[in-house]
Design a protein around this ligand. Structure first.
Ligand code: ADP
Ligand code: MG
Ligand code: ZN
Length: 206
C-alpha cells in the first residue's frame, strides 16, 4: 500500500477515531496512544461510559489484559466536564454515548485537546452505531482496525452476536448489558444475519 501522508496540526486540538469490530485492538490502541501522551509529560485521561458497573469501573481493560486507569461518565456533558483541562483525552466504547458526545468532543478539541475516540463503527447487525458515523466524518484522523475472523482466520471487520450459538435476531436491543449473548469477530463472508432477516426484517429496514 502507498504511504499515507499525515500531518499533525501546528496549533489547537484534533480528533482521532479508532474503530473496528470487537477484538480488533481498539482498547489496546487507545491505551498505547494515551500512555505515550503521558510519557511525553502531557496530562492524559481516559473516559468510558458507565454501561456495566459489575465490570472494572476504574480501568480500561483490553481482551489481552492491557490496562489503564479510567473514569466513567454517563453522558456527553459529563465527559466534557471531566475532561476539561487535559491535553490528551481518550474515550473508549464511544458508540455507547448519547449524541451529545459529538458536541462535547468538539468543545474539547476547540479548547486545544487531542481527543482519541475508540469504538464500534457497526452494531451487531452491521449498521452504523450511535454517533460513530458523525465522529468518523469530522475526525482529522481515522483508523479502522481488523480482528481475526473466528470462523476462517481472515481479516474481520464485523461483530457477530450469538444467542445459544446462533445468530441473534435483527430486531433485538442494540445494547444488552449482562445478557448471556456471546460475540465473535467475523469477516463479511462469515457474518451471518439473524434468522428474522430472512423473514423480511431487512426489506422493512429498506
Ligand atoms: P477491542 O477493544 O477492539 O475489542 P482489545 O484491545 O480489547 O480489542 O483486544 C485485542 C486483543 O484481543 C488482541 O491483541 C488479541 O490478543 C485478543 N484477541 C482475542 N480474539 C481475537 C480475534 N479474534 N482477533 C484479534 N485479536 C483477538
Ligand atoms: Mg475495547
Ligand atoms: Zn471469515
Amino acid at each position: 500500500m502507498p504511504p499515507v501522508i499525515r500531518t499533525q496540526p501546528h496549533a489547537g486540538g484534533w480528533l482521532e477515531v479508532v474503530c473496528g469490530p470487537m477484538f480488533s485492538g481498539k482498547s489496546e490502541e487507545l491505551i498505547r496512544r494515551l500512555r505515550r501522551a503521558e510519557i511525553a509529560g502531557q496530562r492524559a485521561l481516559i473516559v468510558k461510559p458507565l454501561i456495566d458497573d459489575r465490570y472494572d469501573v476504574g480501568h480500561v481493560v483490553s481482551h489481552a489484559g492491557a490496562k489503564m486507569r479510567a473514569v466513567t461518565a454517563q453522558s456527553g456533558g459529563e465527559v466534557e466536564r471531566l475532561a476539561g483541562g487535559y491535553d490528551a483525552v481518550g474515550i473508549d466504547e464511544v458508540q455507547f454515548f448519547d449524541d451529545a458526545i459529538v458536541g462535547a468532543i468538539d468543545v474539547l478539541v476547540s479548547g486545544g485537546a487531542r481527543v482519541v475516540a475508540a469504538g464500534l463503527a457497526q452494531d451487531f447487525r452491521g449498521l452504523p452505531f450511535g454517533a460513530m458515523p458523525t465522529l468518523l466524518c469530522v475526525a482529522e484522523f481515522v483508523d479502522k482496525l481488523e480482528a481475526v475472523c473466528h470462523r476462517c482466520g481472515g481479516p474481520a471487520t464485523m461483530t457477530q452476536r450469538l444467542v445459544d450459538g446462533r445468530p441473534a435476531p435483527f430486531g433485538g436491543e442494540t445494547i444488552q448489558v449482562g445478557a448471556l449473548d456471546s460475540y465473535e469477530a467475523r469477516c463479511r463472508a462469515c457474518f451471518a444475519p439473524g434468522l428474522d432477516v430472512a423473514a423480511g426484517a431487512l426489506a422493512h429496514a429498506g
